[in-house]
Design a protein around this ligand. Structure first.
Ligand code: HEM
Length: 152
């Protein structure tokens, strides 16, 4: 029950996160190109991206403990590292997404560490772009062999 609910939230929340990252990237790109001031909208967009990313982390870490797949992985007597499916869920998804979440958090923090607006947009753009690429690679999209899941 709790497991299905969390898994569904975690699955749907990916789209909220992706939308916020892309929106922030467009805003940052536009700000850089036209030398705009770093406004409230830029600040709010990056805030909601961080919020969505941290919610993914929170739901993910709980899933990591209660998921039957992860329980199976932890009790696996063989070497789960040499199993594509288990290695993805035990290690790759977690580490890849964790790094992406750190990039997102850092990107926003660094906008506060400079008073130069172009610098703010640059940092946001660079860190969020790296995070976006990593997240797209690490999502278990339906077309991925072995680890693929449904769209929703
Ligand atoms: C950017 C952040 C993340 C995104 C976009 C993301 C995305 C996803 C997606 C799309 C699924 C498949 C859901 C389904 O089958 O319906 C999934 C499953 C899962 N994620 Fe994440 N995830 C993220 C971060 C994390 C983190 C940080 C952890 C661990 C701490 C984590 C742990 C898990 C687990 C344990 C499952 C599935 C377990 C199961 O199927 O039983 N995720 N994630």
């Amino acid at each position: 029950m709790m497991y299905t609910l969390l898994l569904q939230s975690h699955s749907l929340l990916r789209y909220a996160l992706l939308i916020f990252i892309v929106a922030t990237l467009i805003k940052a790109f536009w700000g850089l190109r036209n030398n705009l001031v770093f406004d409230r909208i830029a600040d709010k967009l990056s805030f909601f991206t961080v919020l969505a990313a941290h919610l993914q982390f929170l739901t993910g870490i709980i899933l990591y403990w209660i998921s039957p797949i992860l329980k199976w992985g932890r009790s696996y007597s063989g070497s789960w590292m040499s199993d594509t499916f288990l290695r993805y869920w035990m290690l790759e998804h977690l580490v890849g997404m964790l790094v992406a979440i750190v990039f997102i958090t850092l990107g926003r923090i660094l906008t506060k560490k400079t008073s130069i607006d172009v610098q703010k947009y640059k940092r946001l753009f660079l860190f969020f772009l790296l995070a976006l690429i990593l997240i797209i690679i690490m999502i278990p999209w339906p077309f991925r062999p072995v680890i693929g899941r449904s769209w929703f």
